[in-house]
Design a protein around this ligand. Structure first.
Ligand SMILES: Cc1ncc(COP(=O)(O)O)c(C=O)c1O
Length: 444
């Protein structure tokens, strides 16, 4: 084993912001337009193009791009808002049930609760997916949890690894007969939601892709990027994510038979801007002050300052993903040497967005796991735990006994620092520190 060299300070997940992002933010500030405006609209189109093609450099200023990609993605202020807007536009409300994995972050569940729905947790598979080791839902338990009240399932692509959507869609198709779509109550939202539920005709798949922008999977025999797989999708651009706008998120959906994307896009706009039928940009047109409030809705739009960061992040994104793969290879090698189970981010049918590097140290309990985290921190290496299962949290009842696989997955889990500001020397240091600390704590 190599001697651990001089102490380094390794942050867990600092944002990778270059002079390009800084300059674009300055340009936005100088432009006189700082709230939702041209930069947000351009980012929406570029994200739509990226999700559809995997290409981040398509010129989205042309008329053709505006027609193709103009109303397919809505940028918002967070993934939490995105997820809530997805459920609200689907028409999820009191009396409905939404199925959520027990192993996730609170937003996956709280967005459904905000809509008045009841959350039903499903445990994960023991030790996660057999190939990727990602803590994916137990699909038999998922199928059994669907009732006539179920309106949505929220799969989570944890760490950037894409869930088995073929299997999830097979399940909701099989359970189609239990599903009754919402009937319109005559309101603008109720009317659209009813048409959306009728067009889908089964429990909707509303993916939490907070971690998985740019990840792809073979779905129904074809390579598809996250955002083009589930019925509705939310992404996070929070500061710790691969792709950031400081805070931020985006919603997208798959085309629905008989419903124009423009109509759905417009409903997201209304929902994220007070239910006001003209945004600030539209109101700047001469003599165009008058507006209506369609519903007493929300305020969660993205600003052009945030979008400015996103535009330049998107220019750099494919390179950032590649760098993450290089770091991952070194982490994989040290884990294999130590007999530590790690997530597998790339398989024959799936490419992750390489967001989180989760490891599980065999033969240790929670106390030893916490000791490893402490000793790594003493040596300057910040680690984390993704996640403490939601049922263990106060807000969700503090009782994980019905979700033994989630508890088991969590009890020996550590998330390593994994980001593009790590130099090769930093990565060596993390690996050597991990070896030294794990061998010290575990005794081998
Ligand atoms: C799985 C998951 N979903 C949703 C979110 C919420 O993201 P945001 O902070 O953009 O609302 C997070 C945040 O870390 C997350 O990890």
């Amino acid at each position: 084993m190599k001697e651990v060299t001089a102490k380094r300070v390794i942050s867990f997940s600092p944002p990778d912001i270059s002079e390009l992002e800084i300059e674009e933010v300055a340009e936005a500030l100088r432009s006189g337009w700082i709230t939702t405006g041209p930069r947000t609209k351009l980012l929406e189109r570029r994200l739509a193009a990226y999700i559809e093609t995997g290409k981040s450099d398509i010129d989205c200023t042309t008329e053709e791009a505006i027609a193709n990609y103009g109303q397919k993605v809505v940028c918002l202020n967070s993934a939490t808002s995105s997820e809530e807007m997805n459920l609200r536009i689907l028409g999820v409300r009191e009396g409905d049930e939404v199925i959520v994995p027990a192993y996730t972050y609170t937003s996956t569940a709280s967005a459904a609760i905000h809509c008045g729905a009841t959350v039903k947790f499903v445990d994960i598979q023991k030790d996660g997916d057999p190939v990727t080791h990602m803590p994916e839902m137990d699909y038999e338990a998922l199928e059994a949890a669907i009732t006539p009240k179920t309106k949505a399932i929220v799969p989570v692509d944890l760490g950037g690894i894409v869930c088995d959507y073929d299997r999830i869609f097979d399940i909701v198709e099989r359970k189609k007969d239990l599903f009754t779509p919402l009937e319109s109550d005559g309101s603008p939202l109720g009317e659209l939601s009813s048409r959306i539920q009728k067009a889908i005709g089964r429990v909707a798949v509303v993916a939490d892709c907070a971690h998985s922008l740019g990840a792809s999977r073979i779905f129904r025999g074809e390579k598809k990027y996250c955002g083009a797989i589930a019925d509705f999708t939310s992404f996070s651009f929070h500061a710790v994510k691969n792709f950031t706008t400081a805070e931020g998120g985006a919603s997208t959906w798959r085309p629905l038979a008989g419903i124009d994307d423009a109509e759905i896009y417009k409903m997201y706009q209304l929902h994220s801007l007070h239910g006001q039928n003209k945004d600030a940009l539209a109101k700047t047109k001469v003599g165009s002050w008058e507006y209506d409030i369609i519903g007493p809705w929300y305020k969660c739009n993205m600003t052009d300052i945030m979008a400015a960061i996103g535009l330049r992040q998107l220019d750099r994104y494919l390179g950032l993903l590649e760098r993450r793969v290089e770091i991952m290879k070194q982490y994989d090698a040290v884990c294999e040497e130590l007999g530590i189970r790690h997530m597998v981010h790339h398989t024959a049918n799936m490419d992750s967005s390489n967001h989180l590097y989760l490891i599980r140290v065999p033969g240790i309990g929670e106390a030893e796991r916490n000791l490893i985290i402490e000793k790594m921190a003493e040596r300057g290496v910040a680690t984390n735990v993704h996640y403490k299962p939601l049922p263990m949290m106060t807000a969700y009842g503090k009782d994980c006994s019905a979700y033994p696989n989630s508890y088991d997955y969590y009890h020996n889990l550590i998330t390593l620092p994994f980001h593009t500001l790590l130099s090769d020397e930093d990565v060596d240091y993390v690996c050597e520190t991990l070896k030294e600390v794990v061998v010290g704590v575990r005794g081998y």
